[in-house]
Design a binder for this molecule. Sequence first.
Ligand code: FPP
Length: 237
Amino acid sequence: MNKDLIIPTHVGIIVDGNGRWAQNKNLSRSEGHRAGFYRLKEICIYAKEMGIKYLSLYVFSTENFKREKKEVDYLMNLFVKLYNDEFLDLIANGIKVIFSGRREPLPKKVLSAMDKMEEASKNNTEAVVNFCINYGGQSEILDMTKKIVQQVVDGKIKTDDITLETLRENLYQNLPPLDYVIRTSGELRLSNFMLYQASYAEFYFPKTYFPDFTKNDFYDAIVEFNKRNRRFGGNAS
Ligand code: FPP
């Protein structure tokens, strides 16, 4: 690994292309998700080894509940499998696991697995992996707004005291802004992923379907990040 590489603090991945990957191989969509699942675990550990402190993964949007029941059930079982079979490896790597998204209508077994992972990894400090499950960026902003309005109504804060920091603290998780968003499969959309946090992020859209997105591809993505000239609204240098 090149030690001169600038490592972004917070990277987001919009996991995409599992279904097309499977279709190309005459496999079921579930097979695609299964392959993506193992790829995702590999990337979590590799990102931590690279020194990435925060990794947010868009693995199930609110809209994904509209998919066929069979596919939704398969994905829900994968979240439970994450806890039962793969979580210890994440723990052993010092990774703290957190979640973003609405709890309703996630099944009880998924919520219970999520709660156990958060509790068991809460003291880990090497890196944070934020799984966005039943997540929508607009809903997150709506939920944040309701929380803040309630605090004003309850007299806990004054309207004039609301700052950008107040907004950040009331999102699902209080994380640093996204530096870099990677979306696999060649689609050029944000699809409601961390709208507030991505305000100044750089974007990268490799054509690779997620199950084929290797550690080397992730490394190449970080090399590409190093070529960007981030100005945060300032002048070109
Ligand atoms: C997008 O591909 C992928 C998803 C909707 C699910 C992502 C889930 C995983 C990688 C596995 C589960 C992860 C955990 C953490 C348990 P798509 O199905 O939209 O692909 P397509 O656009 O080619 O149809």
